[in-house]
Design a protein around this ligand. Sequence first.
Ligand code: DC
Length: 218
Amino acid sequence: MVITIDGAAGVGKTSTAKEVAKKLGFQYFDTGSMYRAVTLYFLEKNVDFSSMSEVDKALNIMKLKIDFSEKNNMKLLLDGNDISLKIRNQNVTKNVSAVSAIKSVRTLMVGIQRSVTQNGNFVVEGRDIGTVVFPDAKHKFFLEADYDARAKRRMADFMKINEVININEIKEDLIERDKYDSGRKLSPLKKPMNAVIINTSNCSFEEQVDQILKNIES
Ligand code: DC
């Protein structure tokens, strides 16, 4: 079974999806980290991602592995190395929207997302999970929050990896990324049909997890 949680950056998807998965005994699956991993690979290998032939060549060589062996954790291995922390840096964050808008990148990622979830129970978070990847999922959620709340969350994420960044810069980046992620032609960020909307601006973490669990139970 797959439960989908979609929403923009900083709305609290990751922490919520992790906790919901933990409470239900499901596996947590963060699809944004896959697009980040591809972005890191392109940056490290100097792949010109405006050239589709270079992109396709790189995607054929790249060895991306998802490790679900730890309960309630997901690790990403790129060419055998754990890149779970590296994919959170600012350079990856700045470039990931452009990389995730490339058709061959999305086709490859969506194929992997569908195949690894064939057996088992997953809480899958992303942007197009309820709309494109699993449109028939029984339980779909869409998280929203205002820019101030989202920027504060993102700031806390950067502090965890010791990156110092101004909150206004984060807000501008979020606005820019929203424009890009919602406006792109392929699988734009939008509320999936039949999804339950949860606004996380003013509710506590426990409340947002609770709303999701109650909805699934009912
Ligand atoms: O959730 P995140 O910030 O780690 O996601 C990184 C980027 O990946 C985000 O800018 C949009 C993209 N993304 C996507 O296009 N589709 C998904 N299912 C998940 C993320």
